[in-house]
Write a protein that binds this ligand. Structure first.
Ligand SMILES: NC(=O)c1ccc[n+]([C@@H]2O[C@H](COP(=O)([O-])OP(=O)(O)OC[C@H]3O[C@@H](n4cnc5c(N)ncnc54)[C@H](O)[C@@H]3O)[C@@H](O)[C@H]2O)c1
Length: 275
């Protein structure tokens, strides 16, 4: 049998990936990794505060990937719209077989005793329905229909392992992301569909910036931001390129084809913290 070369193992040439929340800091960093490995990438996003055409233009400029980067404006919580977005993506870039579920995030911070039902539900919908269930269901059904292998990558969080204070809906949702990654992996494995996740430590994103950074110009952190750095053995926030390699590894069947149901922390050692 011909031995596979390392560069072939990590090549995604000829593959198409969907990256939801593609204008976000973390999904955009993961997209860069896939583009470097030769994939075509379609950024999906709702485009309210971060328009998808701007994200496409920025990624083209940063990577030189040109037409291999495209975008579709879609609310990933809307199943009908997601089915249409899948068709649109296929038309411009070919049939996608990789899905990165990058939509998600937290909204606000308040004690448990002051939880508001509406806000709590909004965060669950954002992270679990728009951020995982709806796009995964639509893609997995399409892959089953065409008898095609597929790879799904979900985004968990440090909150998936130990609750972060004041963000209970986010903690509940991200714990469920770990669990749903395992249950979907179990159900979809017989169809050749792998479901894994990454659990980023702390990266400065659009939604968590205010919680962590007090004054960007002066480089001053909030008390919470300082606590995070103190608990991170590498002593820094995550950088975008920390996420590229793991994204390529999990997306590539040749590199991780027997791996499913796992979530890999990319956290500078945050989870190892002890006294
Ligand atoms: N930044 C961090 O430190 C960190 C750490 C761990 C996990 N995460 C997770 O990583 C993922 C991305 O986080 P980020 O910090 O890059 O966030 P971000 O806010 O920068 O990006 C999220 C993107 O999703 C889009 N979006 C929101 N709802 C949508 C919907 N219904 N349909 C389509 N698009 C929608 C937003 O417009 C935004 O562009 C989230 O799941 C987040 O919880 C982030």
């Amino acid at each position: 049998m011909k031995e596979q070369k390392l560069d072939e193992m990590f090549s995604l040439a000829g593959k198409t990936a969907i990256v939801t929340g593609g204008a976000g800091v973390i999904p955009s960093a993961m997209s860069k990794g896939l583009l470097k490995a030769g994939a075509s990438v379609c950024l999906w996003g709702r485009g309210r505060s971060h328009p998808i055409p701007d994200a496409v233009a920025a990624l083209r400029e940063e990577t030189g990937a040109g037409e291999r980067v495209q975008g579709v404006t879609v609310d990933t919580g809307d199943e009908q719209a997601v089915s249409e977005a899948l068709g649109e993506t296929e038309k411009v870039l070919g049939f996608p077989t990789i899905l990165i579920n990058g939509v998600g995030g937290n909204i606000g911070k308040r004690p448990f005793t002051e939880i508001e039902t509406e806000g709590f539900e909004q965060v669950l919908r954002l992270n679990l329905l728009a951020g995982l269930v709806v796009p995964s269901k639509v893609c997995a059904n399409a892959w089953k229909d065409r008898e095609t292998r597929g790879s799904i990558i979900n985004i968990a969080s440090m909150a998936s392992y130990t609750p972060l204070s004041g963000v209970d809906a986010y903690t509940a949702a991200k714990t469920a992301v770990l669990n749903l990654t395992v249950s979907a992996a179990r159900e979809l494995a017989p169809h050749g569909i792998r479901v894994n996740g990454i659990a980023p430590g702390f990266f400065i994103g659009h939604q968590n910036k205010a919680l962590l950074i007090a004054d960007e110009a002066k480089g001053e952190l909030t008390a919470r931001g300082r606590q995070v750095i103190d608990r991170t053995p590498f002593g820094r926030f995550g950088k975008a390129d920390d996420l590229e390699g793991v994204s390529v590894f999990l997306a590539s069947d040749a590199a991780s084809g027997f791996i499913t149901g796992v979530t890999i922390p990319v956290d500078g050692g945050f989870l190892t913290h002890n006294i």
